[in-house]
Design a binder for this molecule. Structure first.
Ligand code: NAD
Ligand code: DAU
Length: 365
């Protein structure tokens, strides 16, 4: 059965969520989704507001009685202990992470701290809270992870399944793999109702400019070169962020503790083809581009060290067991995303800060 708005899953009267990293890209899309779908639920966002976190992403929710934003770090155990208790949290949706591969190559420390130590701190705190609360079977700890933990695929290899062995290649994916193992171990050792999701590349509104799609969209609008790594033949499996959020909703409500679910769009695209498509759509949708056609801006630059060649997700488990399928096509999702960047200059312009320019110079020397 395919889950739709008409067929909501069975649920408690009120869920009380702690959403970590809720001011980031996917976390903020998820919080919007949840607050729209379940306005009676309590949603507490915990976010350290690193360079990737942005209060603006949640600005339209601050007036809601059931919403609370807490500025804090997932490594801060006393803070998490008190939040779980005072808010009577029964569901943790854990998004907080250092998420950009290029930054993990420049400086892995923060990745180990937040992704490994931070996840461990949350798991320990939630275990304590769950044990004191009588180990309710309905409680959930959703650990949001990535397909990058499975490593890189050859051109003819079958897409990643939930049983593909882990083979992370970057400090980012290695730190995410470490956190996945901890989440898994907490189920097997303590019975803590953890669920892991491993998702492919997301795109959509509120995506920080350092990632491929927003970076290309913004550079086209500014008439700056479009840096394609290596030969541009690397493949990613793109998923519209709204489809990811719907999948996570279904996993929280219908997923089995101790299980892993792969989530992907079944949309494998070569980077160079994606960049050309973005140029084509920008030429059509943005009337006053500084350089036109935008394809003139494409520049091949030195490759990312250890650059994974291909990711692809086999999402048949979540489709057959939980009834999730993506709703958005790549064409539709990209149009929607470009229109969002065209109408939200006030969102992205301030993000091109001095810190961002310094980072940019380091990666694109
Ligand atoms: P993001 O970088 O946009 O957001 C991360 C958020 O976490 C930010 O708001 C940041 O302030 C917060 N944060 C960082 N360190 C923190 C700390 N120590 N304490 C509290 N908050 C902290 O990331 P994203 O792209 O939204 O990814 C969210 C999650 O989804 C990550 O766990 C990532 O690994 C995973 N994921 C991302 C993708 C993707 O394509 N972006 C795909 C699959 C999985
Ligand atoms: O697969 C899921 C992962 O997708 C998530 O876990 C990560 O958090 C997320 O950042 C993303 O990782 P990637 O490294 O795949 O995404 P990114 O947008 O950085 O790059 C996508 C592809 O585009 C990749 O092959 C590198 C290439 N690229 C990227 C940038 C920023 C370029 O060619 N030029 C660029 O300037």
């Amino acid at each position: 059965m395919i889950y739709s708005q008409q067929e909501p899953p069975t649920r408690r009267e009120q869920d009380r969520l702690l959403v970590t990293g809720g001011a980031g890209f996917i976390g903020s899309n998820f919080v919007h989704h949840w607050c729209e779908q379940y306005p009676n639920d309590r949603v507490v966002v915990l976010d350290a507001l690193t360079y990737a976190g942005n209060r603006q992403n949640l600005a339209d929710l601050t007036h809601l009685d059931n919403f609370r934003f807490v500025h804090g770090d997932i490594c801060d155990r006393p803070l998490i202990d008190s939040l779980l208790q005072e808010e009577a949290i029964n569901t943790v949706a854990h998004f907080a992470a250092e998420s950009h591969v290029d930054r993990s190559i420049l400086g892995p420390d923060a990745f180990v701290r937040t992704n490994v130590v931070g996840t461990f701190t949350l798991l320990e705190s939630f275990r304590n809270h769950w044990e004191k609360g009588g180990k309710l079977e309905s409680d959930r700890f959703l650990h949001v992870s990535t397909d990058e933990v499975y490593g890189s695929l050859g051109p003819d290899e079958h897409a990643f399944t939930e049983t593909t062995p882990y083979a992370p290649n970057s400090p980012y994916s290695a730190s995410k793999a470490g956190s996945d193992h901890l989440a898994r171990a907490y189920y097997h050792t303590y019975g803590l109702p953890t669920i892991i999701t491993n998702c492919s590349n997301n795109y959509g509104p509120y995506h920080f400019p350092e990632k491929l799609i927003p970076l290309m969209c913004i550079n086209i609008l500014l008439g700056k070169s479009l840096p394609v790594y290596g030969d541009g033949q690397n493949i990613r499996d793109w998923l519209y962020v709204g489809d990811h959020c719907r999948a996570l909703d279904i996993v929280i409500h219908k997923g089995q503790p101790g299980e892993t679910y792969n989530i992907g769009g079944n949309n494998e695209v070569k980077n160079i083809d994606l960049v050309n498509k973005l140029c084509e759509l920008m030429n059509e949708l943005a009337p006053d581009l500084p350089i036109r056609p935008a394809q003139k801006l494409i520049t091949f630059v030195k490759d990312r060290p250890g650059h994974d060649r291909r990711y692809a997700i086999d999402a048949s488990k979540i489709r057959t067991e939980l009834g999730w399928i993506p709703a958005e096509t790549v064409e539709g999702g990209l149009r929607h995303t470009i229109e969002w960047y065209l109408t939200h200059r006030d969102w992205w312009q301030p993000l091109l800060s001095q810190e961002y320019q310094a980072y940019y110079r380091q990666v694109y020397v």
